[in-house]
Write a protein that binds this ligand. Structure first.
Ligand SMILES: *Cc1c(COP(=O)(O)O)cnc(C)c1O
Length: 396
């Protein structure tokens, strides 16, 4: 679908050489190959370090077309935001620099509203509401993007603790959607408590499509702000994301970021290419045949399972995480006395091969883990063959 595969098929296991670069890119320059930087088959998933996802050609075309015009950034953000809000059935929306960027601008919006003095004062929160409530089980690395606004995170565990911690200092309450099963206060109750105490609620659902319905589920449940990452399952620009929610908060968030220079999020600039690319990626995502796509994932998993199970003692299990990265994760295991190699060693061999293959970083000493949703057409055959080869060799 994205053009690299037929080329790979043609060269089989030859190492990449610069002279192939032009052919691979259909006659156009391919700087990554010119630089000799390794590319790989993505059997891992939407990991930022691995550049996460590939944009469909329609998205790339829209970004290239956008790059040919000058526009007023505010006017384009207005127009894109309106379309995104319609598409995702929420009151208002904006494109951000990513879900992490959305956490920062969304928090800033809750702190400052449209008050210019407060906007310029951040991350100094003197004279503002300055606390963010969060369940202890929901603490995670990305709350750094919230703390960047100068707020104090106040941890609670129970509803009673939440009610006691909700004071005139509380600016916002943050919910990490994937942590829902681990926290005592569940989605609905969290929203109810926030409403009761007039605290803006923010749900980080960055990696939580599919299912597509999640795009409107959380705003309809009553969250004031919701974010999704643009470059994960949606396959939009990797340096883009969505902030959805209440109109007044989205307007305030817009004032807290680029193009305005004296703002906390000026460094989280989003230009026209990402604005347009994000919209087109969403349009494509929403109208995709999700059931057919899920069947295709199952088929690809089956291709790898079938090949791997030809090796003695190999067993497989398919796990679909319930919330984030809701897509089949294939776990392969074997008797390491029969097949004398550990899963991390297989992972290393896959990476070192040609073409290079990245397995899921969740791989551990017990199981080798793959996801197939970011694979291009035909990748599953290459992965299946390589996995079988490596395991067979270790079984000999
Ligand atoms: C990936 C992720 C983010 C960051 O998303 P970006 O779009 O890369 O900024 C934030 N929160 C969660 C839960 C994520 O999974």
């Amino acid at each position: 679908m994205f053009g690299r595969r037929p080329f790979l098929g043609a060269i089989g296991s030859l190492p990449f050489a610069p002279r192939f670069a032009a052919a691979a890119a259909g006659g156009r320059r391919d700087v990554i190959q010119e630089l000799g930087v390794r590319t790989y088959i993505n059997a891992a998933g939407t990991y930022t370090m691995l550049t996460a996802s590939l944009m469909p050609p329609e998205v790339m075309a829209a970004m290239t077309a956008a790059a040919r015009h000058y526009v007023n950034l505010g006017e384009l953000q207005d127009a894109v935001g309106k379309r995104v809000a319609e598409l995702l059935q929420c009151e208002a929306a904006m494109v951000t620099s990513g879900a992490a960027g959305a956490l920062t601008v969304g928090t800033a919006a809750c702190l400052t509203g449209k008050d210019q003095k407060k906007i310029q004062q951040l991350p100094d929160v003197t004279g503002m509401k300055s606390e963010v409530l969060i369940q202890k089980a929901h603490r995670y690395g990305y709350d750094h993007a919230v703390r960047a606004c100068g707020v104090k995170m106040v941890e609670v565990e129970t509803a009673e603790e939440f009610e006691r911690a909700a004071t005139e200092k509380t600016a916002m309450a943050l919910f990490f959607n994937d942590a829902d099963p681990r926290g005592q206060i569940k989605l609905e109750e969290f929203v109810r408590l926030c409403r009761k105490h007039s605290i803006p609620s923010f749900n980080d659902a960055a990696a939580d499509v599919p299912p597509v319905e999640n795009f409107w589920k959380y705003t309809k449940l009553g969250f004031d702000l919701v974010t999704f990452s643009g470059g994960k399952g949606i396959c939009g620009p990797q340096s883009a994301g969505l902030l959805l929610g209440r109109k007044d908060l989205i307007e305030a968030a817009r004032l807290n970021t680029s193009p305005y220079s004296d703002t906390i999020s000026r460094g989280m600039k989003v230009n026209k290419e990402e604005l347009v690319g994000m919209l087109v990626a969403l349009e494509l995502y929403v109208k995709r045949d999700h059931a057919a796509e899920a069947r295709e994932w199952d088929r690809k998993v089956e291709v790898i399972v079938k090949a791997a199970r030809k090796v003695p003692s190999v067993t497989s299990e398919v796990v679909v995480p319930p919330i984030a990265n809701h897509t089949p994760h294939l776990h392969l295991k074997w008797d390491q006395k029969v097949v004398k190699i550990t899963p991390p060693e297989v992972m290393k061999e896959l990476r070192a091969g040609t073409p290079s293959i990245e397995a899921c970083p969740a791989t551990n000493r017990e199981s080798l883990v793959f996801t197939v949703w970011m694979m291009q057409k035909g990748d599953e055959q290459v992965v299946a063959r390589r996995v079988q080869e490596i395991l067979k060799k270790a079984a000999a």
